[in-house]
Design a binder for this molecule. Structure first.
Ligand code: RFL
Length: 429
């Protein structure tokens, strides 16, 4: 590993303007593969936010990567998921030149309005943290910005192409195996990064004797809807009602994203529009605040909730980032943000390797990410437990949850702890 890096560092030193290439013979290989590279420095599995961001960061450092994605480009760009970005994620997007659209269409958030006991309890995280914000900027917009940047740079991205197998992660030349137009193909890499989400194949390439996983499955899900209705306030609202959790988030001045706690295997067809609006009013409206606005429901779906962590997040020359390594319940809005935090650590580590032949950051990647990630798991899992109603909750358990909510919203220490975690813990350099 060190020998490769020193050679590349020497190449760069002799001609810093030249884009880094791992081997001269790669050009020969390009032709052999019919004009498509079959060798690269960093092979990335998955074109979700983690894979696209890593590829973009590496490109800015002159490091070559190829993304291989199972789904088609339109499908990847059309997926509606996360909506809230941490302060640090927005800074990171700005640092890599992608802050423009967030500034024009993103909605800066300074507070969350928790509603319980018939009252509104606002936590102003901007004030509590001395100026940090969160941003409502949907994941599909982040993906659109990254995709556009990658296409502008002429990035090598292969869509509709599932990676079937990863080999040689214990060697200096791991290989991605995939099929294209029915023909088997190989991509030889210096490093492989699994950004292929929770159901991808990368995690399984780590030997079972090394990989430890643990998880927690929650006994409820979220029924999520998109409605053509103006948000009732310009802040995210969380309803922690005795009947179950609900949330109002913002997509645009005329579109609202709303969630309702439901059974984990709930059939969305069991929820008529009338039932949805009635439960949302019950769980979110409080006296003195404008009631939620109703509108045409354009999308309806159920999401199950789980916490999951794999340890380690690397083995040999394979690194896992984002949902491939961890899942959090959506309550804390940490999934996309944690993927970005991993990629920030990995992008710096790969840059140190190619620029300075420094392997230290790469060797510590898993350790660095896990230290932060377990704090994120603690916050996301703890908050999820606090704000939801569990069917078996005793009266005592319900009273404790209410006391947790009172402490979090009603004391400076509680507000600060929530605010630091919600706007994002620092990512270790
Ligand atoms: P992704 O986005 O799942 O992308 C993985 C990509 O890998 C591809 N893939 C493969 N490609 C090639 N070969 C294979 N064998 C492959 N197997 C899979 C897939 O097609 C896909 O394109 O993972 P990534 O990049 O790690 O990003 C993670 C985020 O998408 C995820 O954490 C968030 O969406 C989670 N999440 C939220 N996160 C937040 O930070 N804030 C939020 O407010 C928030 N809300 C949410 C959420 C997730 C939700 N759902 C649907 C799970 C709300 C919901 C409802």
């Amino acid at each position: 590993m060190a020998r490769d890096a020193r050679r590349v560092a020497r190449q760069r030193a002799s001609d810093p303007s030249q884009r880094l290439r791992a081997d001269d013979d790669r050009h020969g290989a390009d032709h052999a593969a019919g004009g498509r590279m079959n060798r690269t420095q960093v092979g990335i599995v998955g074109a979700g936010p983690a894979g696209l961001m890593l590829s973009h960061m590496l490109h800015l450092e002159g490091i070559e990567s190829v993304i291989i994605e199972r789904a088609g480009r339109e499908h990847v760009q059309g997926r509606l998921r996360a909506g809230v970005l941490e302060h640090g994620t927005v800074e990171m997007l700005r640092e890599v030149g992608l802050g423009g659209r967030i500034a024009s269409v993103g909605l800066e958030q300074h507070a969350i309005d928790f509603r319980f006991g018939g009252e509104s309890h606002r936590i102003d995280f901007h004030e509590a943290t001395g100026g940090r914000s969160a941003w409502v900027y949907p994941q599909h917009e982040v993906v659109a910005d990254l995709m556009a940047a990658r296409l502008r740079a002429g990035a090598e991205m292969r869509f509709d192409t599932p990676v079937e197998r990863i080999e040689g992660i214990d060697t200096a030349r791991p290989v991605l195996h995939y099929a294209q137009d029915g023909a088997p193909r190989e991509l030889h890499c210096d490093f492989v990064v699994g950004c292929d989400g929770f159901r991808g194949i990368s995690r399984g390439a780590i030997p079972p004797s090394v990989l430890k996983t643990c998880d927690r499955v929650y006994p409820f899900g979220w029924l999520g809807i998109l409605a053509e209705a103006a948000p009732s306030t310009n802040e995210v609202v969380w309803g922690c009602d005795e009947g179950g959790f609900a949330m109002q988030s913002i997509r645009s001045p005329s579109v609202t994203r709303l969630y309702l706690q439901c059974e984990p295997d709930e059939n969305p067809d069991n929820w008529s529009d009338d039932r949805i609006w009635s439960e949302l009013h019950q769980r979110l409206d409080v006296p003195g605040m404008p009631p939620i606005n109703e509108g045409r429901i354009t999308q309806k779906g159920v999401t199950a909730m789980r916490s999951f962590q794999s340890e380690p997040m690397q083995h040999g020359r394979l690194f896992l980032a984002g949902d491939a390594a961890h899942i959090v319940p959506p309550t804390g809005a940490k999934g996309l943000n944690s993927a970005m935090a991993d990629v920030k650590v990995l992008g710096r580590a790969l840059t140190a390797y190619y620029r300075r032949a420094d392997e230290g950051l790469l060797a510590r990647y898993s350790q660095t990410c896990l230290k932060r990630m377990w704090l994120v798991q603690r916050f996301s899992g703890g908050l999820c437990t606090m704000v939801h109603r569990f069917s078996g909750d005793s009266v005592f358990a319900r009273r404790l949850k209410r006391a947790d909510l009172d402490y979090m919203t009603g004391t400076p220490a509680g507000r600060l702890q929530f605010s630091e975690n919600f706007t994002g813990l620092p990512v270790e350099a």
